[in-house]
Write a protein that binds this ligand. Structure first.
Ligand code: SAM
Length: 278
């Protein structure tokens, strides 16, 4: 049973970090004059209206993208992401990019984007957004089953984004298994896996499992507005990046203190560290 809808959370602090990293990686891929492929396993609706009842109900974007846009002098690392958000919102903040829209804006005419999404309502919105777009392909299919079948891409360069809702406890292990299988077929690709910190022990177990895969070059980037707790609810969120661009760590080392100042008045917690080095 699928109940998660990303519209409730679009533009929150976890989206800010995840989308800033995705935009940096795609921007990096686009610097070389060779085609690349992006495979987004959990696509969501594609883009979001912040005036929508769902976004208004939680108001999460107000403690995320709204504060970031209002703050002075964002670090260079955030610019590829913020440029896309600003281009969608020439006036006040109304629209927010999901990962598919964000990536699509950064493609050149010869790059490709492949999306899987299971929820029928979000799938419909996604299809509407990319109707007649020849660079985007969408399948209503399972994220994990489809990924391996599509790799390696013919371009031999690319990015896999895996952003599950973690509604099912099995997701934590499914993610590690799917990335391990995908990496065996496409070891030169970059992989971005998003994770929430709801229960610290569960995340650390997932990190230990990633470490145990033997995959090299795993960079962990995390930001939280509140200390870990036993209570219900997400306190931090992060991304694990496999084969990051060599520039990513320095860029995020600069961006994280700025984000923490803007989003948590400097009282949050963040890290950017190698889970596994080269
Ligand atoms: N990546 C999107 C973004 O950044 O804008 C948000 C994705 S949202 C966190 C997760 C999405 O995964 C939901 O829309 C949900 O319906 C979808 N989903 C859940 N399980 C799935 C599965 N096994 N295969 C494909 N999609 C799935």
């Amino acid at each position: 049973m699928l109940s998660y809808r990303h519209a409730f959370h679009a533009g929150n602090y976890a989206d800010v970090l995840k989308h800033a990293v995705i935009a940096l990686v795609v921007d990096y891929l686009a610097q070389k004059d060779k085609p690349f492929y992006v495979h987004d396993t959990h696509a969501g609706a594609g883009r979001y209206l912040l005036g929508d009842a769902k976004a208004q109900k939680t108001g999460e974007y107000r403690d995320g993208i709204e504060k970031v846009l209002a703050a002075a002098e964002p670090p260079a690392a955030l610019l590829p992401y913020l440029d896309v958000v600003k281009a969608m919102n020439p006036g006040e903040l109304v629209h927010y990019p999901g990962s598919p829209w964000l990536v699509r804006q950064l493609l050149r005419p010869y790059d490709r984007l492949f999306l899987t999404e299971l929820h029928p309502a979000d799938l419909k919105l996604l299809q509407g957004t990319f109707e007649r777009d020849r660079q985007v392909r969408i399948e209503q299919a399972d994220a994990y089953e489809t990924l391996v079948a599509k790799l390696p891409p013919k371009e031999k360069r690319g990015l896999v984004v895996m952003d599950p809702p973690y509604e099912l406890k099995d997701d934590y292990q499914a993610v590690v298994n799917a990335i391990g299988d995908a990496y065996r077929r496409f070891a030169t690709g970059t992989y971005i896996v998003w994770y929430p910190v709801v229960e610290r022990a569960r995340v650390e177990a997932m990190m230990a499992a990633f470490k145990a895969t033997g995959i090299r070059k795993q960079l962990r980037i995390e930001h939280g507005l509140r200390p870990d707790t036993d209570q219900h609810g997400m306190t931090s969120a992060g991304v694990l990046v496999i084969n990051p661009p060599w520039t990513l760590k320095a860029a995020m080392d600069e961006a994280l203190p700025w984000l923490d100042k803007v989003l948590a008045k400097g009282a949050g917690q963040y890290r950017c560290q190698w889970l596994v080095e080269e």
